[in-house]
Design a protein. Structure first.
Length: 191
């Protein structure tokens, strides 16, 4: 949809002169004036003052996307609730673990795919994927960098094919198994 074009002062004067000479087709209708352009309202929040040389903390949390643990905790429970409760309390022992510490995204993805699909084919149900919490790499630039790239990327990989067909549930691990630096992955039974 186009934005309405507003008349300049000269165009408005010319239009008014032409409109005075016209005879309305239906005299009962009242001649309505053209709408005037609306002025932009100032934003409600004032812009904070800034001084040259002032340091700004760019690591403030933003509300664009909820955290990984929040998103995983809001996900529906697809497995037996009794086992889910035991798993989140750290009562179930993982049958295998994969440590992705120090790997790049390119190295970690094939390792994760091979580990998950291999674990399912062997008949494992609960595995632990350790990503680490990540290092603080924010250099103070205007665009914030993610804290823990693997920690954020692994749940996304687990939600995509071919891994999504093998997985029943993904949750952050209990503190004794790594806390927010690791994930429990509960696998489907192989067919």
């Amino acid at each position: 949809m186009r934005k309405p074009r507003h008349l300049s002062a000269e165009e408005r004067a010319l239009w008014d002169k032409v409109a005075e000479r016209t005879i309305p087709m239906e005299p009962a209708k009242v001649n309505t004036p053209l709408p005037q352009p609306q002025q932009k309202r100032p934003s409600k929040e004032p812009i904070p003052t800034f001084k040259v040389g002032q340091t700004v903390d760019h690591r403030k949390p933003h509300d664009i996307l909820p955290g990984i643990s929040d998103r995983l905790s809001r996900a529906p429970v697809n497995m037996d609730r009794k086992f889910y409760g035991k798993m989140t309390r750290g009562k179930l022992k993982p049958e295998a673990r994969l440590d992705l510490h120090g790997m790049t995204l390119a190295e970690a993805h094939p390792e994760l795919v091979a580990f998950i699909l291999g674990s399912q084919s062997v008949g494992r149900r609960l595995v632990l994927v350790i990503t680490g919490k990540g290092k603080d790499r924010d250099d103070g630039g205007p665009i914030p960098t993610r804290h823990g790239v693997l920690r954020h990327q692994v749940p996304q990989w687990l939600a995509l094919p071919p891994l999504s067909q093998a997985i029943l549930q993904v949750t952050p691990a209990h503190l004794k198994h790594g806390g927010h630096g690791a994930y429990y992955v509960y696998l489907r039974r192989s067919r």
